[in-house]
Design a protein. Structure first.
Lengths: 174, 202
């Protein structure tokens, strides 16, 4: 019976904040040559309802990069954030990992991937001027043994960094 | 070892139980005046299979209402009117390990209240051998935006909040839960949107 108690609590241990997030560089899925776009834009964020902090960070970054918000501008910039389903390349290893972490109570950490897709779409009237899409991938590890390094690999910070980098990267296209 | 495996199986079996809808259903007017316009749609955030079924439900409702002359995907359409249908989903804490779609630190960082509640319910259900259920809360925000070319004409957001309970007590409640109702709430909100957005297509 004690083992049952232990197992219920085990799932709970994995949802505590003993975790690490590892940053990956954003990757283009769709790239379009930048046309010269007016500096005044209207901004519209989509998919950020539960990512308020990220929205504010990204908005500051966009406005610092030389664009100005203007509610009368004909040009619209849409920033769309979407969560993506993940498929693992080595599914078998992933399940072995699952069982190993479960039965070592998280001493062997559990590895998962989190994927987001971010789209920067410029449009004027009905016409689309520009559409750049990037994939953000975050490697995440959870397990008791990670507790000492958690503060240095805080998953949200790694995620914030990849969001901000995606804007820089899409601005660099020539 | 065998015991633990058996227990994991039970937990998996229980984890599909008792889902309840929070709040009341919207009151909708089934009588929808027709509009002589073509319209296009764009779906954002309906990522997995479960969500795609919900999105289909919404599109079906929009089509069946006969509000618009024609509804098609925005890439294939040259209509100047567009409806964006957006789903924002709150992160959930898993029963066991789970495959989170957000950074795993999200709940602790952004909903500390819910996080503490979750921890409390975990400890209590462990102490009572799952008699007190483990509680999972899920928030969904469905947003409809009406665009004319690239000018936003209107935006309506509707929240759907569900609570899932996992434990012996909730197993008995599963016959009374809201699973069936949850399926139809999406088409209710699609109708509500048509009611609300009546004056936005001029």
């Amino acid at each position: 019976m004690n083992r049952i108690l232990f197992l219920i609590l085990l799932g709970f241990l994995f949802n505590l904040v003993n975790c690490a997030g590892i940053y990956n560089e954003p990757v283009f899925i769709n790239k379009q040559k930048t046309n010269s776009i007016s500096k005044n834009i209207r901004l519209e964020f989509t998919g950020f309802y539960f990512y308020e902090k990220e929205l504010n960070l990204l908005k500051t970054e966009i406005l610092n990069s030389g664009l100005r918000e203007d509610s009368n501008s004909p040009v619209l910039l849409e920033v769309i954030l979407e969560e993506k389903e993940v498929t693992y390349k080595y599914r078998f290893l992933h399940s072995v990992n699952f069982i190993a972490s479960l039965f070592t109570a998280g001493i062997i950490p559990y590895y998962t991937i989190t994927k987001h897709q971010i789209t920067y779409r410029f449009s004027e009237g009905k016409k689309e001027l520009n559409n750049n899409r990037l994939e953000l991938e975050l490697d995440q590890l959870r397990g008791l043994s990670l507790l000492p390094i958690t503060p240095f690999f805080w998953p949200s910070s790694a995620f914030d960094k990849s969001i901000l980098d995606s804007w820089k990267k899409q601005g660099e296209i020539k | 070892m065998l015991n633990s495996i058996l227990f994991l199986l039970i937990l998996t079996f229980l984890s599909n139980c008792s889902t309840f809808l929070m709040g009341s259903r919207p009151v909708v007017n089934q009588n929808i005046p027709k509009l002589d316009k073509d319209i296009s749609y764009e779906l954002i955030g309906w990522k997995d299979k479960e969500n795609k079924i919900k999105a289909t439900e919404i599109l079906k409702t929009l089509t069946r209402s006969d509000k618009f002359k024609n509804i098609s995907h925005f890439v294939k359409s040259d209509s100047e009117w567009k409806i964006q249908i957006i789903l924002d989903e709150s992160p959930q804490l898993a029963i066991l390990l789970g495959e989170p779609v957000q950074p795993v630190s999200w709940v602790a960082e952004k909903r500390p209240g819910r996080y503490s509640l979750y921890i409390l319910s975990r400890v209590l259900s462990a102490a009572t051998r799952l008699v007190i259920p483990i509680i999972q809360v899920k928030e969904e925000i469905i947003t409809f935006r009406v665009w004319k070319q690239n000018v936003k004409r209107a935006e309506y957001s509707y929240p759907v909040e569900t609570v899932r309970a996992i434990g012996w007590l909730s197993l008995m409640l599963t016959f009374f839960d809201d699973k069936k109702e949850i399926k139809t709430i999406y088409s209710d909100y699609a109708l509500l949107f048509l009611n609300d957005s009546e004056k936005n297509y001029e």
